[in-house]
Write a new protein. Structure first.
Ligand code: FRU
Length: 489
């Protein structure tokens, strides 16, 4: 294999990394070493460590021919940078190594499965990107693409399936057999299932679910796994239509909860909802930890706003905090991985504080923190607000409208001067007359976990770091409990 492109990219990123100080990055959210990142890839456990790869264009702040960037961690919070794992250096992937997944093999090797992209002329003479599924084997640092690549292509596709929109393999192993889900434009976005005994020869098993025009025009980044007695199918649809409070227009992420018959390959949906209600969340991928927790990570960015790179940025794109998943009341619950709690310090608590005018509280401030606010007796006011990352000029607003039962999150005043979507409204239901918000701030982002993880919402905020105030207010007599920790530093 010609390693020229890979070596060039490795040297380039190592040089750039030295120019970026720790303070210019989030404290506990993954960023690329330099340049642009998008989807998390190959989120997995290998030789007693967590591995995370990502869609990566090291050479600019824009998307370009995709490489796989690479990091590892012992606790999902502190990550160590590793050299780039793959570059687009073969004929079948020369226009990009697109998203995929990873697996520890019995023989001790780490398997990467990804989409190879190659621009070719169609019979009509048009240039199009053809997508196939490919594999590579490695030792946790260096990877060799298989000679048999591509391993899934036209001949393993059902009639009517697209060869141009066919990507994002998520692989798993069960009873000595390998299974992979991919997405295809057939039926306006579908999840296909293939199985194999040797990773090289794959048999098409069927379509697990499809949009049929109901949920976007094409799906991306599938994941399929059992959880709490149910089967979960996650996809990121493109060009979704608006549907009430739940589905906003454009790219989204959807979780379907149902059951799966492994003999007949039938997935039966019981319920379906958005995975994250914020602005910046796409292409989530999950893995199972050694203690059997299902953990999800996603690109904390939206495609629609990804052209707006903050001035002076030395890298672009970050991942969400890894989140533990569970199923309750027909919904996917998500909470930051418990490992984050190890990094909590300087606990500050308040109980039963009355809020009836703009209020700041001693010790409640900061930009790298984990804060839970319990809003008691939600019928004692109409609006309750929290302004975070605030300094009089800048702030990001979280407003609970108790009459409408809506949480309104707005980053219009966060310092981002582009005319793009800045706000979302989220339907919330108090639990026993109480609303619980866990807010994670980390330099350039805010993630909110509502009512013990029933809903989550992620937002990038590029507010100057000295805007670190937090202001509570209400138009009635709100009462709150607070538990706040600084994180890391
Ligand atoms: C999703 C996606 C994937 C593709 C990758 C390319 O964000 O479009 O479908 O594999 O990004 O970078």
């Amino acid at each position: 294999m010609n390693k020229h492109l890979l070596n060039k990219a490795r040297v380039f990123e190592a040089m750039q990394e030295m120019q970026i100080s720790e303070q210019e990055r989030p404290a506990f959210h993954v960023t690329g070493t330099t340049g642009w990142i998008n989807d998390p890839n190959g989120f997995s456990y290998y030789k007693n460590e967590y591995h995370l790869f990502y869609q990566y264009h090291p050479y600019s702040m824009q998307w370009g021919p995709m490489h796989w960037g690479h990091m590892k961690s012992s606790d999902l919070i502190k990550w160590e940078r590793l050299p780039i794992a793959m570059a687009p250096d073969e004929l079948y992937d020369r226009d990009g190594c697109f998203s995929g997944s990873a697996l520890e093999l019995k023989d001790g090797r780490q398997l990467l499965m990804y989409t190879g992209v190659e621009k070719k002329r169609t019979e009509a003479g048009e240039e199009k990107e053809y997508q196939t599924q490919c594999i590579a084997y490695g030792d946790g640092i260096n990877y060799e693409k298989a000679q048999e690549n591509p391993v899934i292509g036209k001949s393993e596709l059902p009639e009517g399936a697209s060869e141009m929109d066919f990507r994002d393999p998520k692989i798993w192993c069960e009873n000595e057999k390998f299974y992979v889900v991919t997405v295809n434009r057939i039926e306006n976005g579908a999840v296909l299932l293939h199985e194999s005994e040797d990773l090289v020869h794959w048999k098409y098993c069927g379509i697990l679910d499809s949009s049929q025009g109901e949920l976007g025009s094409m799906w991306e980044c599938p994941d399929f796994f059992p959880l709490d007695g149910k089967q979960i199918l996650m996809v990121s649809p493109m060009e979704m239509k608006i549907n009430g409070e739940d589905f906003h227009v454009g790219n989204g992420t959807v979780c379907s909860i149902g059951s799966y018959d492994k003999q007949t390959y039938q997935f039966k949906k019981e319920s379906q909802h958005l995975i994250d209600y914020g602005i910046d969340f796409y292409a989530p991928q999950t893995m199972e930890t050694p203690d059997k927790r299902r953990v999800m990570i996603a690109w904390m960015q939206a495609w629609s706003t990804s052209g707006f790179v903050p001035e002076g940025a030395k890298y672009f794109g970050q991942m969400t905090v890894p989140r533990e998943l569970s199923v309750k009341n027909g919904r996917l619950y998500q909470n930051p991985v418990r490992e984050l709690e190890k990094y909590r310090k300087e606990k500050v608590t308040y109980s039963n504080v009355e809020i009836c005018k703009p209020t700041t509280l001693k010790g409640i401030e900061g930009r790298i923190l984990d804060m839970t606010v319990e809003l008691l007796d939600v019928n004692q006011f109409h609006d309750f607000t929290i302004r975070v990352a605030s300094d009089g000029e800048y702030y990001t607003l979280i407003k609970y409208d108790s009459e409408k039962g809506i949480l309104w999150v707005d980053r219009s005043n966060s310092g981002f001067l582009h005319d793009i979507v800045h706000a979302r409204s989220i339907t919330v239901k108090p639990m026993n007359n109480m609303l619980k918000l866990r807010i994670l701030l980390d330099r350039f982002s805010m993630e909110i976990f509502i009512n013990d993880g029933e809903k989550a919402a992620s937002f990038c905020i590029y507010t100057p770091q000295n805007a670190d105030g937090i202001i509570f207010d209400s138009d009635g007599e709100a009462r709150i409990n607070i538990e706040k920790y600084s994180l890391m530093e």
